[in-house]
Structures are given as structure tokens and as C-alpha cells.
Ligand binder design. Structure first.
Ligand code: ADP
Length: 650
């Protein structure tokens, strides 16, 4: 084993790798951008060196600088983590040229698997089934013809793609040309390669991948499968192992195919072979190779939980030239593990969010719960890097036990300062279909309505907030518990919504009427400075936690955070008026890629106004209502800040 390792990454994965290296007695060297000077991975490593400006191209993607630091600090190996340079063959090659061990497969293998068309060709040659499709000519008319032949719906994928970027789903021929241009534009901007391929769109599939490991002596093993079907924007947010309701025979064929794929290409190290399983029939029999990832995956931890192995340790052993520690027969599987990815993002739009962390708290880690994060109070979630801020990984003897642990971990999570997707994750793991293991990659899209905040939730939310502040009102208004009182309007602001709630007290309960004038009864069971438990309408029991932060009150309920305050009713009316601002602002930091409207132009609700490009993706902003454009305050190419003014309406 080598003695000194540089970790060319940041965030939770850098910390994850450092932890194992330390356990193995390997000295660790961190690198960081100026935005990460105070980051966890910097203080956790034995040594740390600045790469430069926050932009990834200046820092975590700066091959020359990283190699220079590696040479100066005399490390023997570099672990690239995931993302950034982990699948960059030029980086692996630069390491090889400097005789530094790259923790990953040889550069030639990365180069081959990094291009989806090359990978498909390679797999087809070794009789691995691939999704029906076309790759070759980039002529728009040839591509259009081929799409027609394959049959709509189809998917256009950048050949150099990853992370769902640039991928376009096209339902009918009329939309093909626009989608192709968009795919090429996004591919060029994200990967510096505009080439695409076309695949048949499979409407009902599960994403199931197989973890494999190969050493430098020709041994290849698999570490079972992971189901990563719960996705938004074609990116995973929940992963688990074993994959529920898949026939054993099918799994065995997938494991064997993954091993064949790895052997075919002379694979070394940790790798993942991704498949789509057709679940349009009850007992699935058909799977298709999608791609091979030549690195450690974000979701590797679920595999660690059920095998008891440390995959980073295995990576380091293999990189040092040692044989795989176990043979296939010695690798065992026990229990069930589920990972949820916590992203800094807006729940409804899935757009990345940024901000400073004012408060952060996680569930207590245990043998049943791992928390992988590097984020701490006062850290800045910046727009420069991936918005993944934490992973919660639960283990149980069976799936229902794992589900219980993951639900609790999500409920316990408190993050203030940046929008997070914990509420959505919680709703998924509570959903009966998910709980029964019945889902496909379209789950979130299909269930979005019930996963998002609903009217029913809104009533419970009002009841919880009213229940908690009722004590204060009773005092202020001279109410007494044993006296039924006339109705009083209570002004409340919860998040950005204003309420005027008619409330009256009746013994230990209180009554309130909702926006539809339906009366509800609330019995307060527990009310402490930090806890509120109520029973709503004699049936639904709800529990929330309260946090006081810088003069604001925040209710944590069902893994969502609701800042609230009581206020004057007049106040509320004014605020509602002000709230209806007649302008379009940027939902995120980004560059204006296109402007479709001019002053005095009439627009219909839903009409395209502006394309904002951020995180290498295009976001179309549409008119929120019918109206007339007063002023366009930005130009193409302009960088706009979060909430920056884009358009004023008349
Ligand atoms: P990327 O490399 O950009 O992550 P992938 O090729 O891995 O893209 O696909 C990401 C996700 O998109 C898959 O997990 C799946 O949900 C969906 N997807 C990809 N190809 C198809 C297809 N041919 N039919 C249906 N869904 C697909």
C-alpha cells in the first residue's frame, strides 16, 4: 500500500475518501478552491493546498495545477472521487505520464467507456443487449430519418454525456429538430462535444446497476445490484439494494453480464454497469446495457451497508497492485439499504439553490444510519459546484426496517439557509406504492401532485402553527381556556403565504375555519417551546418541532421547514398586495441564453420569455400570466444574480 494520497475533490466524497485513507494509515492531501478555504475536507486532511479561484475550470478541473501539487507534495496516488476529473481520460493520462497512481481504471478504458457510442459498440460486439438506437452520422436529416425509423418516442443523448445533462426526450417527429439543436447546444457547453446518439424511449423501466470490482491480475467480481429508479430530471435521488421485486434469475444474468462487460474491456478498479430493465410486464425478463461508469458512484454506500465492505479501501488496494481481498464466493449480502440524496434545490422546479447555512442538524448516526456530508453551519452552498449536500443511508434487516430508519432520518434533518429536497424525499418514502416496491423511473413525474405540498397539508400546517402560538394569543386577547369565545381573526405568515384565520376557543380545543370556510377542531396534546403535537378533527395526529433562530420561528414538519410569524391582519392585506409583484426575476444564478420578447409585446400565460443557462443546463422561463411586457432589463450573455430582475410587466 502507498503512503500518501491526494484527493482531487471536495465535499462529502473528499471526506469519505480521507476517512478510509486515515484508517489505513495513508497520509492525505486535500486541494481546495478559494470558495472552500473553510470547508470540512480542508481541515480534515493532513495537508491542504489552494488550487485557485472558485470556478471549477480554475480549481477542481485544473489538471496542470493538481498534478503540480501532487508532485510538490510527493504523493504516490490521486483519488479523483466522483464528478470533476474522475472520468477524464486526459487526467488519468497525465497521472500515468508523471508515474502517479490514478485510483481508477487505465486512461484508455475511461476514454472508451466515456463515450456512450463507443461503449455501445463495445457491448454490442460482446453480445450484451443495448437499447435499440442509432449512432453514427451527425447530419440532422440522417438523425431525423433514423429517429423516424426507430419510432417515437425517442431519446437524444450526448455521446459524451453524464448526469442527465443535454438529454432530450422527444415524443413526436414535429419536435425533433428543436430538441436536436437543444441537445447539441447543451452537449457542447457541458462536455465540449456536440455529438449525439438516438435511442428508443422505453416508457416503463427501472434503472438497475451492478457494482463490479476488478484487480490488476485479471480477477473480476460483482457486488450485487442497486436500484436507482427514483429520479428527477433523469438524475437519481434515492437508491437501494437489493432491487425490489426483480426475479433472482434476472439479477443473476445482470451480474454475469456486468462481469462479462468488465472483462471485455480489460477493466480495473471499481466500476458500475448501468442497465434499464423493462418492467412493462409483471415478471421482467429483458434488460439493456445503458452505460458503464468508470469510477466510484455517489450511491456506493448502500452496497457497503449490505456487504460490510469498504469500497474505497478496495479501490486503494487495487490501485496499489494488490489482489481483490475476497473471491466472488466470499462476498455475502445481508439486509437492505436505502440512500436518499439531499440536494440544495427548489422542491417544485428541481432548480439548484444556493445560500449560507444558518442552521443544520442531522439525525444521530448509528449502525442503522450513515450520514455522509461535509456541510456545516455558516458554510456557503455556492453556485459553482454540484448541489448535493448530504446523503442519508439507512440499513435494516429487511426493506421495511430500512424504510423506517430512512423516514426517521429525514424527519430529523434540519437545514436552514438554503432550499432542500428533504420534504419530497420524505413523501416518496412514505408513498404506499414506493413502500410496496412498485415503481419505475417515471415515479416522481407520475406522482408529483401527491408528493408536493397539498391543500390537506396546508390545513394541518395552519393547525400546527395555530396550536403552537395559541398560548400567546389566549393571553394577549384575554381568552381563557374554559370560556368559549367569539371568533377572532388571526393574521399569520407561513413561508411566503399570508393567512387570516378565524379562530375560537372551546375548553382545551380550538376551532378554526379554513379558506373554504370548513370548520376544523384542533386538540393540542403537547406544547413546549420546541415541540407541538396536535390531533386535527379528531383523527390526524401531527407532530412538529419548533426552532427559534435570530428572532424567527421555524416549524419543522414532515421533513420540510416553515418559517412563520403571527402578524396584524391589516399588515397581511398590505403584504399580499406587495406580494403580487408584476415582474419576472431569476429563479437562480445564470447566464441569459435567449430573450424572446420585446417591450409592449403582448404575451399569453405560459409563453416563452427567456432562456437562462445555469449549471450547464437551459431553463425556459415562461410568462406567469397573460399581460404586456413593459421592460426587458437583461441582454443575451448577461450573468444575472439570484432573484435578479429580468422582465417588468405592465
Ligand atoms: P446520463 O449518462 O446523462 O446520466 P443515462 O444514459 O445514464 O444518462 O440515463 C439517465 C436516466 O435517463 C436513466 O436512468 C433513465 O431513467 C433515463 N433513460 C435513459 N435512456 C432511456 C431510454 N432509452 N428510455 C427510457 N429512459 C431512459
Amino acid at each position: 500500500m502507498f503512503h500518501k494520497l491526494l484527493i482531487a475533490n471536495r465535499g462529502e466524497i473528499a471526506c469519505r475518501i480521507i476517512r478510509t485513507a486515515k484508517r489505513l494509515g495513508v497520509t492525505t492531501v486535500a486541494v481546495y478552491s478559494e470558495a472552500d478555504r473553510a470547508a470540512e475536507h480542508v481541515s480534515f486532511a493532513d495537508e491542504a493546498y489552494s488550487l485557485g479561484a472558485p470556478m471549477p475550470s480554475e480549481s477542481y478541473l485544473n489538471i496542470e495545477k493538481i498534478i503540480q501539487i501532487a508532485k510538490e507534495t510527493q504523493v504516490e496516488a490521486i483519488h479523483p472521487g466522483y464528478g470533476f476529473l474522475s472520468e477524464n481520460p486526459d487526467f488519468a493520462e497525465a497521472c500515468e505520464a508523471e508515474k502517479i497512481i490514478f485510483v481508477g481504471p487505465p486512461s484508455a478504458v475511461i476514454r472508451k467507456m466515456g463515450l456512450k457510442n463507443e461503449a455501445r459498440r463495445e457491448m454490442q460486439a460482446s453480445k450484451v443487449p443495448v437499447v435499440p438506437g442509432f449512432m453514427g452520422s451527425q447530419s440532422p436529416s440522417v438523425l431525423a430519418d433514423m429517429a423516424f425509423k426507430i419510432g417515437f418516442p425517442i431519446v437524444i443523448k450526448p455521446v459524451a454525456g453524464g448526469g442527465g445533462k443535454g438529454m432530450q426526450f422527444v415524443s413526436e417527429p414535429g419536435l425533433f429538430e428543436d430538441a436536436l439543436r437543444r441537445a447539441e447546444r447543451e452537449a457542447q457547453s457541458a462536455f465540449g462535444n456536440a455529438d449525439v446518439l438516438i435511442e428508443k424511449y422505453l416508457p416503463l423501466v427501472r434503472h438497475v446497476e451492478v457494482q463490479i470490482f476488478a484487480d490488476q491480475h485479471g480477477s473480476v467480481v460483482h457486488l450485487f445490484e442497486r436500484d436507482c429508479s427514483i429520479q428527477r430530471r433523469h438524475q437519481k435521488i434515492i437508491e437501494e439494494t437489493p432491487a425490489p421485486h426483480l426475479p433472482d434469475e434476472l439479477k443473476r444474468r445482470m451480474w454475469a453480464t456486468a462481469i462479462t462487460s468488465a472483462k471485455t474491456i480489460g477493466y480495473v478498479g471499481a466500476g458500475t454497469v448501468e442497465f434499464l430493465v423493462d418492467v412493462s410486464i409483471p415478471n421482467p425478463t429483458q434488460f439493456y446495457f445503458m452505460e458503464m461508469n468508470t469510477r466510484l458512484q455517489v450511491e456506493h454506500v448502500v452496497t457497503e451497508m449490505v456487504t460490510g465492505l469498504d469500497l474505497v479501501e478496495w479501490q486503494l488496494l487495487v490501485a496499489a497492485g494488490l489482489p481483490l481481498p475476497l473471491s466472488q464466493d466470499e462476498i455475502t449480502f445481508f439486509g437492505h439499504a436505502i440512500e436518499t440524496r439531499i440536494y440544495a434545490e427548489e422542491e417544485e422546479t428541481f432548480l439548484p439553490a444556493a445560500g449560507k447555512i444558518h442552521h443544520i442538524r442531522w439525525s444521530e448516526p448509528s449502525p442503522n444510519l450513515r450520514i455522509e456530508t461535509a456541510l456545516k453551519k455558516d458554510d456557503e452552498v455556492s453556485v459553482y459546484y454540484d448541489p448535493l449536500i448530504a446523503k442519508l443511508i439507512a440499513f435494516g434487516r429487511d426493506r421495511s426496517e430500512a424504510l423506517q430508519h430512512i423516514s426517521k432520518a429525514l424527519i430529523d434533518t434540519e437545514v436552514i439557509g438554503v432550499a432542500v429536497n428533504t420534504g419530497l424525499l420524505y413523501q416518496v418514502v412514505q408513498h404506499p406504492e414506493y413502500q410496496q416496491g412498485h415503481f419505475a423511473t417515471n415515479f416522481i413525474e407520475l406522482q408529483k401532485k401527491v408528493l408536493l405540498f397539498s391543500h390537506r397539508d396546508d390545513i394541518a400546517l395552519q393547525a400546527l402553527v395555530c396550536g403552537w402560538i395559541a398560548g400567546a394569543w389566549q393571553k394577549a386577547m384575554g381568552w381563557t381556556v374554559n370560556h368559549a369565545n367569539t371568533e377572532q381573526n388571526i393574521g399569520l405568515q407561513i413561508l411566503n403565504k399570508f393567512y387570516s384565520i378565524p379562530v375560537s376557543f372551546k375548553r382545551s380545543e380550538f376551532l378554526f375555519r379554513d379558506e373554504k370556510s370548513v370548520q376544523h377542531t384542533v386538540a393540542v396534546e403537547v406544547r413546549t417551546p420546541t415541540d407541538i403535537s396536535i390531533v386535527l378533527d379528531g383523527q390526524g395526529a401531527f407532530h412538529g418541532k419548533i426552532l427559534q433562530l435570530k428572532g424567527a420561528s421555524i416549524l419543522f414538519w414532515q421533513a420540510r421547514a416553515y418559517p412563520f410569524r403571527a402578524q396584524d391582519v391589516n399588515d397581511f392585506e398590505v403584504a399580499e398586495e406587495v406580494g403580487m409583484a408584476r415582474e419576472l426575476t431569476a429563479p437562480m444564478v445564470g447566464v441569459v441564453a435567449a430573450v424572446f420578447v420585446k417591450p409592449n409585446q403582448l404575451v399569453k400565460k405560459g409563453e416563452k420569455l427567456i432562456i437562462l443557462e445555469a449549471m450547464k443546463m437551459e431553463h425556459i422561463l415562461v410568462a406567469p400570466y397573460e399581460g404586456s411586457i413593459k421592460k426587458v432589463t437583461v441582454q443575451v450573455g448577461e450573468l444575472v444574480p439570484l432573484h435578479g430582475l429580468l422582465i417588468e410587466f405592465l
